[in-house]
Design a protein around this ligand. Structure first.
Ligand code: 5RP
Length: 230
């Protein structure tokens, strides 16, 4: 599938997801190229139908800017008690609705927003669907203070780490941290790896999103849009 076809699929799935947003909702909005299509579809609903939301929270300055361009007022998560629905993309989704996220480096915000949402919906094209989490490095956000020690620890523990780069410099997250991508493919026991990473002092968050997603909208290459609920 070339990029143009993949973008068409992302756009189709994004339009379907935007139809599920109800007036008055408190909505979480993720980050990425699929979500950029979703924000445009949501913005069109605002323009054409006057769609009004009680609150909208997002997970990157990129998405925030795009939402504001469509006239939405963006709230901070801390100002909102509980979100009704969060719509986001994903890098990989397995048969249990567990996923890898953080390809765009926004995993910490994305996980915080998802964790404070009644329902989480991911929109993906079918290339992201896998039986077991595989085919995409696992992003881990780490504090700069102990980053060298933690990088060595991951290497010694066989997790094949690589630094996320931005040109010839290390990529820096919204919170001023680094991202290490772990090249474990497939991830044999996602819960076990998440528990291990959770115990490493200096790990801020991982791109393993386990037991968080409730629904996935999948755009298939045959043109069909599939809506799977857990
Ligand atoms: O987790 C993410 C950003 O941190 C994105 O949701 C994920 O990378 C999917 O991106 P795209 O829609 O561009 O394929």
């Amino acid at each position: 599938m070339d990029k143009k076809q993949q973008d068409e699929l992302k756009n189709k799935a994004a339009i379907r997801a935007a139809e599920l947003v109800e007036p008055g909702m408190k909505l979480g909005v993720g980050t990425g190229s699929t979500i950029a299509f979703f924000i445009d579809a949501l913005g069109k609903r605002k323009k054409e139908e006057g769609l009004d939301l009680e609150a909208i929270v997002t997970t990157s300055s990129r998405s925030k800017k795009q939402l504001e361009k469509w006239g939405f007022t963006v709230n901070e998560l801390a100002e909102v008690d509980q979100l009704d629905l969060t719509i986001d993309g994903a890098d990989r989704v397995d048969v249990n609705f567990d996923g890898i996220k953080g390809g765009g480096g926004a995993l910490t915000m994305e996980k915080n927003v998802a964790a404070n949402s009644e329902k989480v919906l991911w929109i993906v094209d079918e290339s992201k669907l896998v039986d077991r989490l595989s085919g995409f490095p696992l992003p881990v956000e780490i504090l700069p203070i102990s980053c060298e020690q933690n990088f060595r620890r991951f290497r010694n523990d066989g997790l094949n780490p690589s630094w996320r780069m931005d040109g010839n410099k290390r990529f820096v997250t919204h919170y001023g941290n680094y991202i290490v991508d772990l090249n474990v493919d497939p991830i044999p026991i996602p819960r076990g790896l998440d528990d291990y990473l959770d115990k490493v002092v200096g790990v801020v968050e991982t791109g393993l999103f386990l037991d968080m997603c409730d629904e996935v909208i999948i755009a298939r290459s045959d043109g069909e849009i599939e809506d799977r609920e857990k």
